[in-house]
Structure formats: C-alpha cells, structure tokens
Ligand binder design. Structure first.
Ligand SMILES: *Cc1c(COP(=O)(O)O)cnc(C)c1O
Length: 368
C-alpha cells in the first residue's frame, strides 16, 4: 500500500465491540487476566504496552519500512535510549552539526561512558579514518539541524556494514514521507514526533524504528518498558490522529518551503539560503537521490542583524521547534547558547501551511 493509505489505516487498531470506526483512547493502566493467569487481550500494564501505543508503533514501523517501532515520551528520550543500549566504553561517530540536544546529552550525560567523534558526515572519505577498535555506531542526521546538510545514506550505510557498525539516522526533518533511511541501509531510524509527525505543536514524543528485530533492538525495547519513558495513551492518540494527514501536510510544507527558498535565494538582504531543494545546495544531487521531496525547513544567513528580522515578523511566530502547521522563525545561535558554532546571522525557518503569499509578504516587510 502507498503512504497515504498506510497513514490512515495501519495505526487504526480497534479492539472494542462497540463498532468504533476510529480507535478509541484506552486510558486503563492495567488489564484483566483470565482464569489461567494469561492476558487475553495481550496487554498487562500500560508502561509495558497499551493499545494506543501499539497502534502508533505499528503505523510508524510501516511508514518507515521497518519491522518494529518503539515510542517514547520525547525525541530526546528516543535518542538517549539508543545511546543507553550501547556498552560502556563504546565509541560512536556523530555529525558535527548533530541536533543540539543530542550533542549536549552525549557530552554531559554520557561523559565517561561513551566517547564520540563529531565529524562532517558529508565528507564520506573522512569517515573511515575515525573508526577505532571500540567504534560501534555511526549516527547520522539528514537533513541536519540547522544547516540542512545532507548525508549520503547509501554511502554511510556501506561503511557501517563493512565495519560491522550499527547505523542510526535521525530523520526528523524529512518525515517518513520524504525519506526512508531503512530502505537506504540504516538499521535504526529516529524521529522527534514532536515535529512533523505531531504537526500541530501540541504533543511531545519520539520514535525509533528498526530494520530487524535483533539483540540490540531487544535492549532498546527493554529500556523503553523497564526504563519507562513512554508516551501517555493520549499522546499516542493525538499522534495517530495527526499521522492520518501527515502525507498531505508534508506536501504543503514542501511546496511552501521550496517557494520561500526560491524567493529568499534572490533577495538582496539574504546572503545565503540553506535548502536541499535548491540546485545551489552543495548536496542537492544526493538529496534528489534519497529524498522524494525536500521538506519545509530552511535556514538563511541575513545580510545584517538577524535578531531584528525575527523581531519584525508578524505572521511567523518567533519560537523554537518546527514541523507544525504554523510557521516558526528562530534566531538559532541565541537558543544554543554561547558555545554554539551556528552563525550569529543565521535564521532557521519552519515553513507552515499558511498561504505562501502571506508568508512571503511577512518576510518581505520584516527584511525591509
Ligand atoms: C526536536 C528534535 C529532536 C529532539 O526531540 P524532542 O521531541 O524535542 O525531544 C531531535 N532531533 C531533531 C532533528 C529535532 O529537530
């Protein structure tokens, strides 16, 4: 089945006898046992699993072309679970512009437990020289945050396979609609479902999807169920509701993203536009090969005071995060703090689903 059909039907698991067309919200934390001590519905206790989470995991595994998924209470927890599943003393290779929150986790929470090389994964020939005897994983993020760098997933997967490394990919910016890293050789795909998957800036969540149910995946499932950083049934219900329209929302985000990128790329007040859909993007050819569309995220370098521009917009909300129906704009360096490498004149834009003419008019007045 095609993405639109999977999005609507794969997560609609109905156990009730009341004839519901859409899956009801199951708030029960505990489930009846039968006279033999078994669990006739397959559910025991809602930290371990519950019907709404099972449905979310099913539709995400299907959308990402994997075999199983684990849902978490945030994207950060989803990523942290992968790092927790590695043996102490392991070395991992991560991107130099890795999502800021993960970089912070690895440098603070995993200090003394894991060692990390943050390298430019767009330089494929550079990767192998960083592999050591204790290297166990390559973590990619494409498109990356906030520079929209594109990592060649097929090329990195080949290096990972040759060196027996786990290959994980944060695919949040692409959504499962525009890129399926498992089909390109990744072992694990990660999403912050707070972003496009939720799509309405009103639910926090994270997802991991696996290409195979191996020992490493069992560790991840164990950390989810025993660690317990799980989403509530209501979080899952909201995400399931959102996923039904995900493919159509993504088309709108991509259409507006491309139009805004084109408009800004010839604007005299803009020094550079980072958008993988523009032929001027250094990895445009790779993006064309591995993505079916380029999404709704872009960053620009402003000729002048970027903070002034984000204070002048009226329709764009000056706020962090991304992937919602409403357009957001952000001066990224001031969010990331004093030790950031993000340029001071960089603005990150999450292009929403408003009419493109209104968005362009707003940016135009802010830039002038
Ligand atoms: C937001 C984000 C995360 C973290 O997800 P949370 O849901 O905020 O915990 C991870 N990776 C990327 C690319 C993100 O944009």
């Amino acid at each position: 089945m095609q993405t639109e059909t999977i999005a609507i039907h794969a997560g609609n698991l109905i156990h009730s006898t009341t004839g519901d067309v859409t899956q009801p919200l199951s708030l029960s934390t505990t489930f009846y046992r039968d006279e033999n001590g078994g669990y006739p519905g397959g559910y025991v206790y809602s930290r371990v699993s519950n019907p709404n989470r099972s449905a979310l995991e099913k539709v995400m595994a299907d959308l990402e072309k994997g075999v199983d998924a684990c849902a978490f209470s945030s994207g950060n927890t989803a990523g942290m679970t992968v790092f927790q599943a590695l043996l102490p003393g392991s070395h991992i290779i991560a991107p130099d512009d890795m999502y800021w929150g993960f970089k912070k986790q690895l440098q603070s929470i995993f200090e003394g437990i894991l060692t990390i090389d943050f390298i430019d994964l767009t330089q494929i020939s550079n990767i192998e020289s960083h592999i050591k005897s204790n290297t166990v994983m390559i973590w990619a993020e494409t498109p990356s945050n906030p520079l929209l760098k594109i990592t060649d997933l097929v090329a990195v997967a080949a290096i990972a396979r040759k060196n027996h490394l786990i290959f994980a990919c944060d695919s949040t910016f692409a959504s499962p609609c525009f890129q399926n890293p498992i089909l390109l050789g990744a072992d694990i795909v990660m999403h912050s479902s707070t972003k496009y998957i939720g799509g309405h800036s009103d639910v926090l969540g994270g997802i991991l999807v696996t290409a195979s149910k191996n020992e490493f995946w069992e560790k991840i499932r164990n950390i989810q169920q025993i660690g317990g950083a799980v989403p509530s049934p209501f979080d899952c219900f909201l995400l399931l509701r959102s996923i039904k329209t995900l493919p159509y929302r993504m088309r709108g985000h991509a259409e507006n993203g491309m139009a805004l990128a084109k408009y800004l790329s010839v604007h005299p007040k803009i020094e550079a536009v980072y958008y993988p859909g523009l032929p001027s993007h250094p990895q445009h050819e790779i993006a064309k090969k591995q993505m079916s569309s380029f999404g709704g995220m872009l960053s620009v370098l402003v000729n002048g005071d970027a903070r002034k521009v984000v204070n002048q917009v009226k329709l764009f909300a000056q706020a962090t995060s991304l992937g919602g129906v409403e357009s957001l704009i952000e001066h990224r360096a001031s969010v990331e703090g004093p030790d950031t490498k993000t340029p001071q004149n960089l603005i990150r834009i999450s292009v929403g689903l408003e009419h493109i003419n209104d968005l362009i008019a707003d940016i135009e007045q802010a830039l002038s």
